[in-house]
Ligand binder design. Sequence first.
Ligand code: FB9
Length: 494
Amino acid sequence: MSSDLSEKILEYVDQLGSVDTLDLAKHMQVDHQKVVGIVKSLQAAGDLITVEQQVSKRWELTDEGKTVVDKGSHEFLVYSAIPAEGIAQSAIMQAIPNARVGFSKAMSSGWITVTKNAGEPIVARKVDDIKDTVRDHLQLILAKSPDEVTDEQKQEYKKRKLLQEVVTKSFLLGKGKNFATSVEKPETELTQEMIASGSWKEKNFKPYNLDSLGISPERGHLHTLLKVRDQFRQIFLEMGFSEMPTNNFVESSFWNFDALFQPQQHPARDAHDTFFISEPKLSTKFPSDYLERVRRVHSEGGYGSQGYGYEWKIKEAQKNLLRTHTTAVSARMLYQLAQKEFHPAKYFSIDRVFRNETLDATHLAEFYQVEGLIVDHNLTLGDLIGTLYEFFKKLGISQLNFKPAYNPYTEPSMEIFCYHTGLHKWIEVGNSGVFRPEMLLPMGLPEDVNVIAWGLSLERPTMIKYGLNNIRDLVGPRVNIQMVHDNPICRLEK
Ligand code: FB9
């Protein structure tokens, strides 16, 4: 089908020298767009033909214009509906379609009069007969002799939506420098036998389109969460933080709780909130002197603290669990830091934590915790607040509010809120505090060294960023892979 159509076109060009695609379409009784399609493929076949875009405008009647030609112009219909003795204006308005336009045109043409005395205005004929030039003009245009109607009249009828100007793009075809009446599909491959037979010499090869982009190879796509993780990583690295190693989901209660001065009877330490490990059930390797200091600060206090005054049990501390926060990793890092000659440090972690919580639209039994901490001499709550403003500014958040909170391992503690311009409301964006001396001093950190820290999740900002209301659309078996595929890279601050 198309190949002979294209050859038909080439024949026309051959006979006529140059031909317009509109006329071609008429000659060959095919849709103009189809001809244009074939011209495009002929163009791709090398310099077979020359193609020049033509823009032609022509006047065409609208449906209303066609009605006028059939029944007469609106003003003509109004005039015709007026009996010799005149008629009530309202009657005309009801009786004739588009009476309003017709009436005003008949008035402006001086065909009718309106007498407004006491009762209802009466319409009467002003002249005995009229000529419906509008109709005549439209008829001329319909009869393909538009030049007999002046341009301003055409503009007038266009304004009256009786006429419309149709712009048609077409192409003037001519003979190209390699014109032929048959489309010899250019070779796209230089094959071994062509080379062997030398037939390549008289073959016509399709020019290489060196600008064409290759097919983008199917490749994996970072999960949306990991795209956001990278953004957070970037922010921390820009602020001079270094990442803590978090590759240990299984942790001992000692580092997850005891080292953080979280008492052994704290509700978070029971199986309702924490996933304990049955195999291996216990960890036994702890720095014994440090463990002793932790036992003492829990049970008897010290470092200016009265402690909790309960009998601290090593068994409890040995229980393995799935870490409930990456603050356990922070404890390990701070302990290691204390074993060396002290130097200020800034650490961050972004990794999974596990909580045996009631599942709902925004909570799963695991989430990615983002945590930052700064260790230095005489750090204050002010330093923490200042740092939080710096951090959230890089997230595109400038309005923060702080609400006093409680964590077993920080005093003072603050929940962080931001005014989210997109959601037009204040939302909780994290938690923070100054680690307690009962946590730091047993590690061996110097007296005047303080640690400020804060934490948030990865899921919440990701859900807000990508407009997801249910965590299961972000994580888990229900995730629509296309969403991961199509989700643009994440610019948190945007
Ligand atoms: O992520 C949270 N909210 C959030 C964060 C960013 C954000 O960005 C938007 C683009 C603007 C939007 C929302 N939250 C913390 C607040 C709430 O969602 C909260 O309901 C849920 N929290 C999780 C814990 O749920 C049990 C988020 C998670 C969380 C909470 C606290 C910490 C870490 C994660 C912490 C801590 C901490 C405190 C002191 C010292 C060290 C760590």
